[in-house]
Design a protein around this ligand. Sequence first.
Ligand code: DX5
Ligand code: ZN
Length: 223
Amino acid sequence: MSYVIAPSILSADFAHLADEVRSIEGAADWAHVDVMDNHFVPNLTFGLPVVKSLLAATSLPLDCHLMIEDPARWAPGYAEAGAYNVTFHAEASRDPAAVARDIRAAGSLAGLAIDRDTPLEPYLEILPAFDTLLIMTIKAGFGGQAFIPELLDKVRQARKHVAAGHLSIRIEVDGGINADTIGLAAEAGADAFVAGTAVYGEADRAAAVASLRDLALAAAQSR
Ligand code: DX5
Ligand code: ZN
């Protein structure tokens, strides 16, 4: 099993985004890019033009997490631009499987995000349409929030379902992932980890990524 560490640039310095994303090259697997539209979530970050600039600035695969309304309209554009993975929220879509088809057709992996208050159960049957499943371990919208351990029940449920159905989908966790919590998420069955504060809050980002990876691997071995 391989583990993905995806630092979230939400905690980076937005005035120097290109340098900030380059500071994790060689250490991180993906750069996690939080797009927020001030409608689906109260917060506002950036959209496709900034993501296009980032794509030109880094060799890292971009893991775009769209916290936006109407993903059917906007998500395929991120795939066309060259994002590696495009994740949108289940709560924002009437037909998530159709949006996933459009994302895949445009050349990216497709991801489904499940927010804090959303049960996973109704979405289990459409998981084959997706390459990644992003389980929020906080309420989506802001970095720096405290990890909610109870939400790992959804990770365990997803891991069980994926194993039973032999699905090839990554189970990603996002929110409050740090040295104290990454092991719990790995034990629960996550294999991709988003970390904002725990990477960009450290002076040596590469070292922060490496130590998170070690902790995830160590915990998974005891699973
Ligand atoms: C919040 C974002 C997260 C955020 C995580 O809605 O989806 O990716 O950056 O930040 P930390 O790791 O600080 O909780
Ligand atoms: Zn995110």
